[in-house]
Design a protein around this ligand. Sequence first.
Ligand SMILES: O=C(O)CCC(=O)C(=O)O
Ligand SMILES: [Fe+2]
Length: 354
Amino acid sequence: MGSIEQETPQVSIPVVDFSAWTPDATLEARLAVAKELADACHNVGFVSIINHGVPLELLEEAFAWSKKLFDLKTEEKMLAPHPDGPTVHRGYSWPGLEKVSQVISSDVEVGEQLRAVTDCKIGSEDNPEQPNVWLPPSTLPGFREFMTHFYWTCNTASLSILEALGLGMGLSDPSFLVKFHSGHNNQLRLLHYPPIPAAMLETEQAARMPAHSDWGSITMLFQDDCGGLEVENQKKEGEFMKVTPRSGACVMNVGDLLMRWSNEDYLKSTLHRVTLPPARDRFTGEERMTRARYSIPYFVSPDIDAVIECMKECAGQGNPVKYESVIQGEYRLMRAKLQYRETGPTAAAAPATG
Ligand SMILES: O=C(O)CCC(=O)C(=O)O
Ligand SMILES: [Fe+2]
């Protein structure tokens, strides 16, 4: 396992360095990286990957584009509106669409204030089930081209991670997982959390994003230096650990479908949430406003027709298969509908992967 990232004693997610993961590296060198990754996904479910293959300049550019997008006037952003209903997750989710599920308080006014959290979801240009919803090119020239390029760069990095996981887990075919991931069913999400009075988060009237697990195979999360991401301690239910932002790192976590593939025991899909930024001195003004937070999760999902059934290495005598096999497309719809029923038309902006 890699070194430990620490801010307070309770903060610890493993760090794995992918710089030795190159096509011409020896099997031994690749295996060392792979084992660290698989151990981290087994023990914690979350890992901070450095030298992951997404160039730092590209990441900086992605955050700059995200800021430019959210800085547009609402009527401009509304030129690429998120479609209605639980099936398609694309385009800009406007403040009125923000998820009620993140509002812990029953106070309607509090809820109204929180609806300011917004996002923009982007997928493959070749995914007929989930067509992209783009702004007119004149509104943000270059945005579509950049995001399409960024999407596929993240996909390439994700395939290395999936291959390394297969190798680290000791699968007879280390490329087993890669084969289910053409990349066309992934989702790039630009997230903007505007400033919020710290007291609302402290008194738990609100959470920036409530505790949830992701649905797909893996999530690669890029975050700015605001902080606030917390992950549940696998060894202590209900205890959350802060994930200190680390410049340029990719925070990777296991999603529910990958957990099912591994029969739950091996790869862990961990609850996580976004709450109070850790650096209290960043609060400003009498209301102690927190800083804005920008993050960019990249959700990696199996192809829509992929059948997810327990890998043969993950079950055996004394360790029965725990889950029925599922088809990705059916599973995603089932999850989306559940969420839709819980929150009505506001579900569109809830954590939506796959
Ligand atoms: O904004 C973040 O850091 C977390 C986002 C997240 O967990 C999600 O979109 O599923
Ligand atoms: Fe998430």
